[in-house]
Design a protein around this ligand. Structure first.
Ligand code: THU
Length: 160
């Protein structure tokens, strides 16, 4: 028997420690929560993607009475970015979430399906996509999407 441990790492920042560009991207993600459609969860998530040419696109979670038909903010945003700017790598994706009361204190951990889509975006362009997860009390910076999904299934997994 062999025991394998897979480690990942990320940085933890306070808001004040962030660069002006990263703060602006987080503010775009926070603002995008206002466009969420969340009659079922009342949990608003916003995401903002900064593309390689500096363009910023944002999106939010969109729910549906048939629950699985809804989509998270991260995928709404990345699919929109890829559909509008198919040749433009995504350099950084910021995510923020709030209840009806306030933004959450701890950063929101993206769901598994969103992590899989983030990884595909990164692999598609052959360029790391940074992920910034906003919380009122701290911000997580993940250097590349692959760090959010160790032992991932990807196109290389289908090769012999
Ligand atoms: N949600 C996101 O938009 N992103 C995440 O990373 C986690 C969850 C949404 C899906 C659903 O509309 C609501 O939050 C509650 O799960």
């Amino acid at each position: 028997m062999e025991h394998l441990a897979i480690c990942t790492d990320m940085k933890v920042y306070s808001y004040d420690e962030l660069t002006a560009d990263d703060r602006a991207l987080i503010e775009a993600a926070k603002a995008a929560t206002a466009t969420s459609y969340v009659p079922y969860s009342h949990f608003s998530v916003g995401a903002a993607a900064r593309l390689k040419d500096g363009t910023v696109v944002s999106g939010s979670n969109q729910e549906n009475a048939a629950y699985p038909s809804g989509l998270c903010a991260e995928r709404t945003t990345l699919f929109y970015a890829n559909a509008q700017y198919p040749n433009m790598p995504v350099e950084t994706l910021a995510v923020a979430a709030r209840t009806e009361k306030d933004f959450i204190a701890d950063p929101i951990p993206p769901c598994g399906a969103c992590r899989q889509v983030m990884l595909e975006v990164e692999n598609r362009y052959g360029q790391s996509m940074r992920v910034l997860l906003y919380g009122r009390d701290r911000i997580y910076e993940i250097e590349k999407a692959a760090n959010l999904l160790p032992l991932s299934f990807n196109s290389a997994s289908m090769e012999d």
